[in-house]
Structure formats: C-alpha cells, structure tokens
Design a protein around this ligand. Structure first.
Ligand code: KE4
Length: 430
C-alpha cells in the first residue's frame, strides 16, 4: 500500500528540487522515501499517515524543549495580533540581544539575521573587513551553511551527497578558503606559516555535528585561540548547533575558550527563523550602518521570531538544571547504544557531548572526516530504516549529529534501546 508520504513525495518532486526544501531531508543517503510530518508534541512526531516517531532530530537542534512547548507557543500567541512584521526596530530586539549577551561569553554586540548560513557568511565578511585580509581557514567536514566560501570540503548535506565541493562555487571563491583536517594542529600551524598576514578568520564548529559528532581533542581549541591571537586572525566559533545546547553559554562556556566572534542559530529562534552573529565590539562596530561592512535583512529581528526565541532562551537561562538532566539522559542513550553494539560484536564508535551524539558504523575512533568516512554507510542505511519502522526518527545520514530534547524520559530511552538492539540485529542479519 502506497503511504500518503510517498504520494506527497512524488507530487513534491514535480515542483520542488528533489521534493524537499533542504537536501538532507530527501533520504538520498539512506534510500527510500522521506516521511512527511503532520504534527509534533514533546518528544513525538506524527506523520501524515498517523504514524508516531520518537524524535532524535528535533528540527536539527532547535527543539531543545521538545515540540510545541507552552512557553514558546504562549509567547508567539501573545505577539501574533500586533502584526507579523514591521521592518522597523522593536523593543524585543533589544531584549533578545541583551539575553544573548547575558548567556553567551565574549559577545559585546550582536546582530540578528534569519539563518545560520547568514550568520556565518556575515561573520566572515566582518572578519575580512576588520582585518583587511582575504583568506579564511575552515576544517574538512565542518559545515557553516551554504555560503560559497564554506562549500569547500563541507560537511552535512554536502558530504552526505558525496559532493564535498558544490557546483557553482567559483575558483575565485575557493582560492580564498583554506582547509585543514579537524583536530590537526600541525596542519593549522603550517597553513598559517604559509599564508603570513593573509588569513582573516579561522572558523570551526567547536564541537562538530556535521560529519557526525566529533569532539575537539584536548588542547585543540585552546591552541587555536593562541594561534589566532598571535597572528591577528579572527577566531570564529560556529555555535549554530552547540549554542545554548551544550550549556547556556554553549561550547565557549563548556570549554572555557572565548572566540572573537560567535555565530548562532537553531535554538535561538525557538523553531522560527533566527540566526545571529556577535562578539568583540571593536569587530562588530565594523558592521553597517556604524561601520563599512554591509549586511542587511528584511525580516531580521522579526517580531514573531524574536518572541519565540526570547521565550526559549529565557526558559533555558532560568532552568540551568535541564542541562544536567540532558547530560544524564543522553549519557544513558549513548552508553546503552555502545553496549548494545559491543554485545553484538560490532563495537561501533559512539561520540557524545552533552545532548548531541552520533553512532558511527565503524569500530575505529572518529576524530576527523577521514575517520568518519570509514563508517559503513550501507549498514547505517539499513539501521536507519529498521529504526524508522520501529518508530525511532534518526537523522537520515551517517554524517549528522542527533539531538535530544528535555521531553526525553527514561521510559522513552528504554523504548529507544529496545528498538536499537533489534535494528542493529536486523541491519547486520545477525
Ligand atoms: P542554516 O542556514 O541551515 O540555518 O544553518 C547553517 C549551519 C551553520 N552552522 C552549523 C554548525 C550548522 O549545523 C548549520 C546547519 N545544520 C544543518 C544540519 N547539519 C541543517 C539541516 C539542513 O541543512 O537541512
């Protein structure tokens, strides 16, 4: 019997490229037809056929409070009657900027945009304007959105599609993007030495979610901080995923390292389109209209999006205990998964930081993209579908992180672990 999702997907593909508005949603790397969602509440998604799934994507990070949290919905309902957009400054933009500055270390000034891509593109442009330099250094497997400068050895969907460099990115752009393997300080030092006075910014995911979850090696972030300070390079932490997730102050708080600029997204909007970039005032004062680095946006600071974002950030700031619970319950998930794989003789690598984790279908440790690429993506695809059949909704790619919300309970973890064991057995015909 053809499901409604399959019917809708066939229809969508006739008028939307690949039938989706973001490539990773198309299930290309795991095969099959994507599930079309109808509604969600707490930890549960419901698709258009009425099937329910335990959500480990949570909109790729934003839904840290679970789906449809009252605190966010109430704030949106309260804002709705006073128009959906002004294109003029509003009080709430001051309130959310102040909230971000209160929560995120190192941010003295912040500008709102509408996506993580915009935040990262803008941060790099400001770094170039501030330093007068052209080149940037990124890491293989890190994803900073679909800006041209970043689609070089990118992670996430670009990696999943097996097209590490996107068509349409010109040689002129690519020549200014230098890349190094993640966690490889020797490579970073060599690139800096080979490009004296030319590198405007070093941008990275302080904890990587976009090649699957990869943890910074001890001392890696601290050494990058030293190198950037010594060479006048703007250190940009892309915390679009990790911001407000790993701690109220994100990875900067967790690791005690302060970047020069931070990019934010996902959680910051409570599920609505908000991104932000911010950091040292001397750098941010280069941004128009006060400075000469131009950046703009019709819907930046949108009153409904800022209502949702401010409500979510406020709740996270007022309930720091939820990070302890996320640590505990995600620890149960990761440790349980690792044990199940080991009991089955698979010994798969499970990387986790806080409420972000990935199961790599390889027994090798995974510290960078080359390691991650050893994973058996075919087996991962079979596992993905075996879990989907059992009502567990994972990221449809080996090269993505999973996200846990505070709606996850011990009973739901037990459901997940039971499904995980059955799916591992099915995926490997054990
Ligand atoms: P957006 O433009 O998608 O809001 O943010 C881009 C971005 C920037 N930086 C990091 C660290 C990110 O993870 C992202 C977006 N993450 C992907 C998931 N790998 C979003 C999902 C998708 O592309 O559909």
């Amino acid at each position: 019997m053809i499901s409604t999702s399959e019917t809708l997907f066939a229809q969508a593909q006739t008028i939307i490229p690949g039938g989706v508005n973001s490539p990773v949603r198309a299930f290309r790397s795991v095969g099959g037809s994507p599930v079309f969602m109808h509604s969600a509440e707490g930890a549960w998604l419901t698709d258009v056929d009425g099937n329910r799934y335990l959500d480990f994507i949570n909109s790729w990070g934003p839904m840290i409070l679970g789906h449809a949290p009252a605190v966010v919905l109430d704030a949106v309902r309260e804002a709705l009657p006073r128009s959906l957009s002004f294109g003029a400054p509003t009080r709430r933009e001051i309130d959310i900027a102040a909230q971000i500055i209160k929560m995120v270390p190192g941010i003295e000034k912040v500008r709102l945009v509408n996506s993580g891509t915009e935040a990262c593109m803008s941060a790099v442009r400001v770094a170039r304007g501030y330093t007068g330099r052209a080149k940037i250094l990124k890491f293989e497997g890190c994803y900073h959105g679909h800006g041209d400068a970043f689609l070089i050895a990118a992670g996430s969907g670009a990696l999943t599609l097996g097209e590490p460099d996107s068509a349409g990115v010109t040689r002129g752009v690519a020549q200014d993007t230098l890349t190094a393997p993640y966690n490889d300080l020797l490579a970073v030092e060599a690139i800096i030495a080979a490009n004296p006075g030319q590198i405007a910014a070093l941008i990275l995911e302080p904890v990587v979610g976009n090649m699957g979850l990869v943890v910074p090696a001890d001392g890696f972030l601290a050494r990058l901080r030293e190198l950037c300070t010594a060479h006048g390079i703007v250190l940009i932490f892309d915390e679009v995923m990790t911001g407000f997730r790993l701690a109220p102050g994100g990875a900067q708080e967790l690791y005690g390292i302060t970047a020069d600029l931070v990019t934010l997204g996902k959680i910051i909007g409570g599920g609505l389109p908000v991104g932000a970039y911010g950091g040292r005032a001397d750098i941010m004062n280069c941004v128009a209209p006060v400075g000469k680095v131009y950046q703009a946006g019709t819907l930046s600071g949108n009153p409904i999006a800022t209502a949702a974002g401010l409500a979510q950030l406020g709740y996270l700031a007022e309930h720091p205990e939820l990070y302890t619970e996320l640590e505990r319950i995600t620890g149960r998930i990761a440790d349980g998964t690792r044990q199940i794989a080991a009991d089955l003789g698979l010994h798969y690598t499970v990387n986790r930081v806080g409420s972000m984790f990935s199961v790599f279908f390889t027994s090798r440790p995974v510290h960078n993209l080359a390691d991650a690429k050893h994973a058996d993506t075919a087996a991962f695809g079979r596992y993905f579908h075996a879990m989907l059949q059992r009502g567990i909704y994972l990221a449809p790619s080996q090269f993505e992180a999973l996200f846990v919300s505070i709606a996850m309970t011990d009973e739901l973890v037990d459901l997940y672990l039971t499904a995980c064991r059955e799916a591992m057995i099915e995926a490997h015909s054990l």
